[in-house]
Design a protein around this ligand. Structure first.
Ligand SMILES: Cc1cc2nc3c(=O)[nH]c(=O)nc-3n(C[C@H](O)[C@H](O)[C@H](O)COP(=O)(O)OP(=O)(O)OC[C@H]3O[C@@H](n4cnc5c(N)ncnc54)[C@H](O)[C@@H]3O)c2cc1C
Ligand SMILES: NC(=O)c1ccc[n+]([C@@H]2O[C@H](COP(=O)([O-])OP(=O)(O)OC[C@H]3O[C@@H](n4cnc5c(N)ncnc54)[C@H](O)[C@@H]3O)[C@@H](O)[C@H]2O)c1
Length: 454
């Protein structure tokens, strides 16, 4: 016998938890099903603990910048406080009781288990069947995508989960993948003393972002002692019980005590019973419309939708899905000003289209670049001032369609550019406004001037 309820949420990561809690708060009957921990990847193995590692690493880097600027400093890194904060403050030793109680405290019914669809509006989990009157929400997130490198499936490599749960910094580490996960963790560990090599298959770091940011990070990471290999194809991996050996196609062999695989993520759709509701079970992502509907009575939010694997995307989508399930009118999902920040030092923030993406769309593109060290604040800041602002203008409409802000607090500086892209503020208006002196964001004015000169 199926148990009736209003809504069933499968996967209680940031996206699913938000939907489930909001709808329970609206006094709907909500069943929330989670196979692992309520909260998902972000609080336990991703955003929050990784930023605690980064905060520790950045403090060490700032202390190392004291000579020549403010005296002397002796820096003795200790990963212990970081591991403690991750275990104690961030994850409660990977225990989600507080999150479960928050949901059930709002009237939600929680089930721990791995769920699957068994027809429209029907969900099965560990022998129980639920029937949803209003709908089902799929929020099953993503998992690491493991590349087909020969030997990789036979060695004890790390994913982000092992790296985050590490109690000590590894003595040496090869990072496969020079994207956000790889670079954030590579720099954080290196600042605690790990000998790090980053291996990236494409010809630059952060290949999804502007090429200027890839070169910037190659220079900065190299200056910090991290070895960077771009355009490098891993041809084999071995592990002799202590040491990993990664062979590259040019014949080079890299060795380290640990290997972190950070080569992208894949939506969790396998085994979900998508075929029982007429959807393709082999799809790479769940296709959803602008109100996050995947089928009649079925919604999808978060990484599973393939619209940007970010917590802010999951939460933005979750709120739209909540409105749609409640039958309220509201704006469609709009990804034209999707912000993203890679929390390396310098932080790399971007919004909207890169120059290459804008050109691919057939736009008449004008770009303007300003270097942060040449700005007043960058010059004052001196040690650790690397960065740039890049603007991408649709020259026919006179509005920005994309922007990059790399530098100290690059993610914070990004905010004004996100507003400009989202609200389509005319570039002429941006030129005729005041930028407080001497802020980092004042470099935007220099980039706007460069836009005019081209
Ligand atoms: C190292 C790292 C750092 C990151 N840092 C940031 C950052 O700084 N900022 C940012 O915006 N994003 C960051 N991200 C991305 C962010 O973590 C994800 O975008 C976010 O967690 C997605 O939320 P979600 O709810 O879609 O999925 P998830 O958080 O993956 O949650 C999905 C949940 O569904 C559960 N589940 C799956 N299948 C089933 C099933 N069949 N039945 C029941 N439960 C199921 C899973 O156990 C999981 O708990 C980072 C990612 C990584 C890996
Ligand atoms: N600060 C943040 O917001 C943040 C931080 C971490 C992760 N994330 C999210 O998680 C997603 C996944 O992160 P990620 O870094 O795993 O993926 P990614 O797609 O951002 O980067 C993966 C990198 O690995 C490279 N690669 C793929 N196969 C390879 C191989 N065989 N050998 C060498 N390199 C290879 C790719 O070219 C790419 O540069 C991100 O795209 C982002 O959406 C966000």
């Amino acid at each position: 016998m199926a148990q009736e309820t209003d809504v069933v949420v499968i996967g209680m990561g940031v996206g699913g938890e938000h939907v489930a809690e909001r709808l329970a708060g609206e006094r709907l009957g909500v069943v929330g099903i989670e196979a692992e921990l309520v909260g998902g990847e972000c609080p336990y193995w991703a955003c929050i603990p990784s930023k605690m590692m980064i905060r520790g690493g950045n403090l060490l880097a700032e202390a190392r910048r004291i000579p020549g600027m403010a005296g002397q400093a002796q820096v003795s890194p200790d990963f212990g406080p970081v591991a403690y904060r991750i275990r104690d403050e961030a994850t409660d030793d990977w225990n989600d009781q507080v999150a479960v109680d928050r949901f059930t405290g709002k009237g939600g019914h929680f089930v721990r288990g791995r769920a699957r669809l068994s027809g429209p509006g029907r969900v099965e989990v560990d022998g129980q069947t639920f029937s949803a009157r209003r709908g089902v929400v799929l929020a099953t997130g993503s998992r690491p995508q493991i590349p087909p490198v020969p030997g990789l499936d036979q060695v004890p490599y790390w994913t982000n989960r092992d790296a985050i749960a590490a109690k000590e910094r590894p003595p040496s580490l090869i990072v496969l993948g020079g994207g956000a996960v790889g670079l954030e963790l590579a720099q954080a560990f290196a600042r605690f003393g790990t000998a790090v090599t980053v291996v990236e298959a494409t010809d630059r770091l952060l290949p999804a972002e502007e090429p200027e940011t890839g070169s910037l990070l190659t220079d900065v990471l190299g200056a910090e002692g991290i070895t960077v290999r771009t355009g490098a194809r891993a041809t084999r991996v071995r592990h002799d019980g202590d040491t990993f050996t990664l062979s590259l196609d040019g014949g080079e062999e890299l060795t380290a005590e640990h290997l972190l695989v950070a080569t992208g993520r894949r939506a969790n759709l396998a085994g979900l019973g998508l075929e029982t509701v007429g959807l393709d079970p082999d799809a790479r992502a769940l296709q959803v419309d602008e109100q996050l509907r995947a089928a009649l009575g079925l919604w999808g939010v978060g990484d599973v939708t393939g619209r940007g694997a970010f917590t802010h995307v999951a939460m933005y989508q979750a709120e739209i899905a909540v409105r749609a399930i409640l039958g309220e009118m509201g704006p469609d999902a709009d990804y034209s000003a999707l912000p993203r920040v890679t929390f390396t030092d310098p932080e790399v923030g971007s919004v909207g289209l890169t120059e290459a993406q804008a050109r691919e769309k057939g736009l008449r593109v004008r770009t303007g670049i300003a270097q942060v060290p040449s700005s007043a604040r960058g010059w004052i800041h001196k040690a650790g001032n690397e960065g740039l602002i890049k603007l991408v203008e649709d020259a026919d409409r006179g509005v920005l369609v994309g922007a990059t802000s790399a530098g100290p607090m690059g993610g914070e500086v990004l905010y004004g550019l996100v507003v400009a892209v989202q609200a389509e503020v005319p570039v002429d208006r941006l030129r005729h406004m005041m930028y407080a002196y001497p802020t980092f964001h004042r470099a935007v004015e220099d980039a706007l001037a460069a836009l005019r000169r081209r």
